[in-house]
Design a protein around this ligand. Sequence first.
Ligand code: PEP
Ligand code: MG
Length: 982
Amino acid sequence: MADKFVYLFGGGKADGNEKMKNLLGGKGANLAEMCRLGIPVPAGFTVTTECCTAYFANNSKLPASLNGQVLAALAKTESIMGMKYGNPDNPLLVSCRSGARKSMPGMMDTVLNVGLSTATIPGMIKKTNNPRFVWDSYRRLIMMYADVVMEKAEGMEPVGGKGIRKIMDDTLDQFKHSRGAKSDTDLKADDLKLLSEEFKKLVLKHLGKAFPDDPMAQLWGGIAAVFKSWNGKKAVSYRRIEGIPDAWGTAVNVQAMVFGNMGDSSATGVAFTRDPATGDNKFYGEWLVNAQGEDVVAGIRTPSPINDSTKNEQNKHLHSMQEAMPATYKALDAIRNKLEKHFTDMLDIEFTIQEGKLWMLQCRVGKRTGTAALNMAMDMLDEKLIDQKTAVQRLNPKQLDELLHPIIDPKAEKDASPIVKGLPAGPGAASGALVFTAEAAVASAKAGTKCILIREETNPEDVEGMRAAVGILTARGGMTSHAALVARGWGKCCIVGAGGMHVDAASQTAKIAGTDVVLKAGDVVTLNGTKVHVYKGSMPMVSATENPRFQKFMTMADKFRTMGVRTNAETPQDAKVARGFGAEGIGLFRFEHMFYGEGSDRPLFLLRRMIVSKTEAERRKALEEMFPFMKDDVKKTLDVMDGLPVTFRFLDPPLHEFVPNRADERQRLATDLGISIDEFNKRADALHESNPMMGHRGVRLGVSYPEMTETQTQAILEAAAELIQAGKNAKPEIMIPVTSTSAEIVDQKKIIDRVYEKVLAKFNLSKSKLVLVVGTMIEIPRACITADKFAGVCEFFSFGTNDLTQMGFGFSRDDIGSFLPHYMDRKILAADPFQTIDQEGIGELIKMGINKGRSVKPNLKIGICGEHGGEPESVKFCYKVGMSYVSCSPYRVPLARLAAAQAAIAAEAEPKAAKPTPAPKKAAAKPAARPVTKKPAAKKVAKKVAKKAVKKVTKKPAKKAAKKAAAKRPAAKKTAKKGKKR
Ligand code: PEP
Ligand code: MG
């Protein structure tokens, strides 16, 4: 660690620069850079993030050498600004602001007007000739300082939950009321002076200490409080959500104050160099005359637009800066252009005008919507501000979720107010007439009318209605509710838990609490599933996927991508959607899905009959009848994926899960088998297992019942053969699940090869015409450890990271929900390992599997088909370890494509020092040699998201299949009921 803890900026010079974000924080680095660019920035200094970490490491004590460094920097700041800190005649005031490496807007604390005291107030009044301004600044200092430094930083728990800030705010309101003042600006100098005295008394009374009157004491209190706010509740939760490491720490920026509240020639504002909602290349911002920065962001006063392009219905009557201060606006606009050119990105800027002079207080890369990110990337590319690789990096893969669904035209939404809000269950937007029952939704869809299904909560019986509706809205339920799960699976817009709404299905009305709005059947509403707003009436939609810019962007991203992207799909419909999204094959077709959903009654009946069969003959009879159904499903999917590989995975779930519980269904099966109900029940009970996830499933079924392997192989190969004879290019692959020893593959391959020979003969095809590819899932740790043996008998591996995580951690996929939140809260786990690959542990198993496999077969094709295949950080990991492809659900295909492209671009920029993973010489999807680094797992998982993911992947396969398949097929009502309702 360096001994230099303080970096100066101001007067056109700076010790730091924009590249020093890790040390100076984003704010400090950019303030330094703006100074270097000759942009007017009030002078000051940055206390480094290293000082913050030293402070925490040293029991919350500032390093001894800091004192001298701060005093020296303060002296230089004084000389640049021509004022002196604590000087009664010419006092300098400063702000203490936080600034982490990555922006954490509003999560840490700031203190303004530091240095005002009984000694400096008279000098300030004399200097400014503006007592009102000085007393206003003083009362603000007391409010902020008491709240941030004296209460929060000291860890004081406010009595009755009412903190000092709230007590002072209430006092301010009462004071305004007693003076007949509408706004803060109506208070006179004497009022504010009186208020300041009152505030000081409140501080002493409630916090037990006097507000410090010594400017130096204020400064040190401010610096330490900003450091402490790094560990404040808000900041800690935000870090959890955003995956920001605790160890980073924050910097503190101590900067000369400039004042936007010195009268009508002063102002303050925030702006974006382009529109952050639409991406339009228009300067966009808000300002307030005679105010300090926090007034704009805190919503105390309604800000005015800075220019014409920021005007909307609510603020169009207010004076813009462009109109009120044209020259200063022009100067600001010039700075906007200079900054964009320099930083080559959209920036979020803060400025203050002090008596006509413009000062820049901050600039940072601005947050933006997915649409805006896309538009800006493509515009900046056209403007030659950035190159293609940079443009591809500009979209967060998670933002694609937003882009893949129709969205409300941002221009229309800007002026609309929601009637109720809820939780984001399914993204995108939808507009339609309200229906209160699933039946009404189905009828509405049949009549060609778009509808929104509104329910108090949904249950599995609603599944057909949910399918028929364009959007779903519920008053109850969380992110993991049935509605949320199903909607997400379909990529359907859905808002759940809109608690401000009471739905009465009997009277077909929904009342919005606190308003007189009563929604009735047929009323049109619009949902924004991303913002989770519900609007009355219909609003215009735009579809980003149809947007040629989106297509162009994805094509551009693909140019840099070297890893393949397939999909997990088991219906022709899903396959079609995925192909449309750019899937280059199917990486996982789960056979069991054909026993759920539309038209599944008969195959499911036959499967059940097979399960409870006692003899091979009984089983064969059931399989024979099941065969045409299997072949038909396989054929339709192969047809949709013509020319692309389709990996069919043999039946995997524990068989007992298919056994019916209902007496009538059991009786029907018993009759069909010609056995008594007692005998049937005996057979069914015998299937019970204590640990089904480690029981009779996957390859073990094929070992016990070779006829199952035989029938599935025959269905796959005959379907392919028929398509090939019809001139199609069917490319089936057979995948054996849950293998733990290569001997299982050897055993199964004998059966598969035998069937292969038969099918070739039957259809008179050669091996080069109907190519057989057999591989295995690697989802048991033993398979990773012995992957060299597997490679000898397999043509490909596909990592089943759902089971690999389950068996590697020993965490049940079904039951992790009960303890994961505790693990996350106590920081034992940084992320849900079922959502983001645990690189430290499971990742090592994966690497071992890949390295051992390729040590035997250098060209071995290796993919992933667990849920992680569609999670951006995991996709990046898959790239790094040299996988040939990832496979994920259809709606996540573009996300995976983008994440893979970004990983390839990032790897190019990385130093080549790290040890490369051996890459196949001619693997199908061109994996390149890439460094295997040991970066810690990305920690980007919010608790809610984690919970949702757990639910998504931790159901028992059959139940999961029931829900997923039910969700996917319109006439799935009966089957859906089999899935437990949550
Ligand atoms: C897996 O285990 O990762 C996998 C894809 O298989 P399933 O989820 O069907 O067990
Ligand atoms: Mg599995």
